[in-house]
Ligand binder design. Structure first.
Ligand code: FES
Length: 99
């Protein structure tokens, strides 16, 4: 078990290795839109992984392709639905708005 911190709320909770990030955020009571059912097609679950990037699964070709179509992408951008939390180190994510 390790921790996931969600910004801007600052809510922190424990998760088990292998958990999906989008589902973990929703389970924590945070709002994050998913319009495609987690298939890397809508981009609505875009967020930034600000800390613990080694604690999340690597970006896939499908995720990278979708990110390339979005506005406001940065080096820390990821799609929450495509991330598996590895449990190797604490992770901090920042939810974005307006996308
Ligand atoms: S939920 Fe659609 S891309 Fe993640």
């Amino acid at each position: 078990m390790t921790t996931l911190t969600i910004l801007p709320s600052g809510k922190t909770f424990e998760f088990s290795a292998g958990a999906n990030l989008l589902q973990s955020i929703l389970d924590a009571g945070e709002k994050l839109v998913s319009k495609c059912g987690g298939e890397a097609k809508c981009g609505a679950c875009h967020l930034s992984v600000t800390e613990g990037r080694k604690g999340v699964s690597k970006i896939t070709a499908a995720e990278n392709a979708k990110l390339d179509t979005l506005v406001g992408i940065g080096s820390k951008s990821r799609l929450a639905c495509q991330i598996t939390l590895l449990g190797t180190e604490p992770v901090t994510v920042e939810l974005l708005s307006g996308i």
